[in-house]
Write a protein that binds this ligand. Structure first.
Ligand code: C5P
Length: 466
């Protein structure tokens, strides 16, 4: 049987082969072998170049990918992953953990990536020449595959004691991880915690998939995603991060959820706010590129992605955190802050006094956080408040706009029959000096996205130079 070297093929044939391989999800070698087989059998025509193929994906042409290979049996799949990334024009650099080298050799990895393989934090040459900071900064994306339970734990806890973990700590680029481990390890409470932490840190995940484990007779979640799936995720994450985001460089403070005002060690004053709307706004702001500080009262929903979250109990704690988070460009005050707190909460649980009826609570007013920030000397350029009302929405909203010196008030009807408080949908009215705009019933995520679009437009108008 004849053999050909792809490297020596004419450029137009290589291009055609690359397109066909991408279309069919094959490597170039596989595609060539398939084509040659077909040619032999059917005596068909040689492959014609067709640079106009609609499906040809050249999106990695100018991309630099740093691949961190962890120590797991799935490491062998990274050889194929490197080939597929390179076929699409990406420059691939590789860091191998010491454990990874037990499964595949740096020699084969280096041969495929066409670059030096990095592994030692204290390699004098590497530190002098490239080093972990440069390794992390000179990439468009970092891919960790296989991401072992150990690597995930290090990432979630900020450990930095080798080249892979220091690079991951030092990076300011998107990170995509492809976990691979035994099902029991994936389901272990510690890995579940780390998974949640990494998600809320904005780490992207692909897989793991469900299937047979390397250990005999074991199956379940824990198989690393296939190279083509990882490739797809790389493209998706890069597309998401393409270009500057509309609120890049801006800082936003968002309050969310209820506050709990203690009566005694076991009782508190609260309300039915779920935090869903505030959290959705924080996440939408982060997706638009803003640096977001979310100050949240006690809620039972997951932390939004890509934001710094500070959890508080009381209105006074919330106020303190918000004030120390200044200066900011945007302040969105969504929290349903309790209007009153007890003058003094009891250190001991209050007891019933038989026959004497309930004791009355002495209340005092809580600080108005929005009003304080609206009049603050470091007032954010855009201050947005919410008005949860059960009647006279517009009238009360307009009065609030003035009293709290806000730019916009988002008013919503929280009468029990609307199901808005705690629900997943919201019907809001945007009240500003210009007037009132009523939005249709939307999911809280949609309200958040629309509101962020309006914020982007606000700053666009603000920055027009005459
Ligand atoms: O006065 P009212 O509670 O209706 O105002 C609602 C708006 O004011 C919301 O944006 C809420 O987050 C904010 N607020 C506050 N601190 C308070 C009370 C309300 O920030 N103590």
């Amino acid at each position: 049987m004849a053999s050909i070297t792809i490297r020596n093929l004419d450029e137009s044939i290589k291009q055609a082969l690359r397109e066909r391989a991408a279309q069919n999800g094959h490597s170039m070698e596989e595609e060539a072998r398939l084509r040659l087989g077909q040619t032999e059998l059917a005596e068909s025509q040689p492959i014609k170049a067709s640079a106009s193929s609609a499906n040809y994906d050249a999106s990695l042409g100018d991309k630099r990918i740093l691949l961190i290979i962890g120590g797991g049996i799935a490491a062998y799949k990274c050889l194929d992953l490197i080939r597929r990334l390179k076929e699409r024009g990406a420059a691939v650099r590789v860091i191998m953990t010491p454990a990874a080298s037990e499964f595949i050799t740096p020699l084969s990895v280096g041969a495929l990536s066409g670059d030096k393989v990095f592994s030692d934090l204290f390699d004098r040459d590497d530190e002098h020449d490239v080093g972990h900071i440069r390794l992390s900064r000179e990439a468009d994306i970092i891919v960790v595959a296989p991401a072992t339970a150990d690597l995930m734990a290090k990432m979630a806890n900020g450990l930095a004691n080798d080249l892979a973990s220091t690079t991951l700590m030092a990076t300011n680029k998107p990170v995509l991880i492809a976990p691979a481990m035994n099902t029991q390890m994936w389901n272990h409470r510690a890995t579940r915690r780390n998974h949640q932490t990494l998600l809320s840190d904005g780490i992207h995940f692909i897989g793991p998939n469900s299937g047979e484990m390397a250990e005999s007779n074991e199956a379940g979640f824990g198989r690393m995603a296939e190279p083509m799936e990882i490739l797809g995720a790389v493209q998706a994450v890069l597309a998401e991060n393409e270009g500057p985001k509309p609120l890049s460089g801006m800082r936003a403070i968002v309050t969310s959820g209820p506050t709990h005002e203690p009566i005694d060690p076991v009782r508190y004053i609260a309300n039915r706010s779920s935090g869903k709307q505030g959290h959705a706004i924080a996440e939408a702001l982060a997706q638009a590129g803003a640096e977001v500080i979310l100050v949240s009262g006690p809620v039972n929903i997951p932390d939004p992605k890509g934001v710094e979250i500070i959890k508080v109990q009381t209105a006074r704690e919330m106020q303190k955190i918000v004030e120390t988070a200044l200066p900011a460009d945007i302040g969105v005050f969504v929290a349903a802050v309790a209007d009153w707190r007890t003058v003094k909460s009891s250190d001991e649980k209050l007891k019933k006094k038989d026959g004497k009826g309930p004791s009355s609570l002495k209340l005092t007013e809580n600080p108005d956080i929005l009003k304080g920030i609206g009049h603050h000397k470091n007032r954010p350029k855009l201050v947005i408040g919410f008005a949860a009302e059960t009647e006279h929405l517009e009238k009360h909203g307009k009065a609030k706009l003035k009293r709290k010196n806000a730019d916009w008030i988002i008013a919503n009807d929280v009468s029990p029959e609307t199901g808005i408080m705690g629900g997943n949908q919201n019907t809001v009215h945007l009240i500003s000096k210009e007037g009132v705009e009523s939005w249709p019933k939307l999911s809280k995520q949609e309200v958040a996205e629309r509101l962020v679009e309006r914020m982007v437009a606000f700053f666009d108008v603000e920055t027009i130079e005459i």
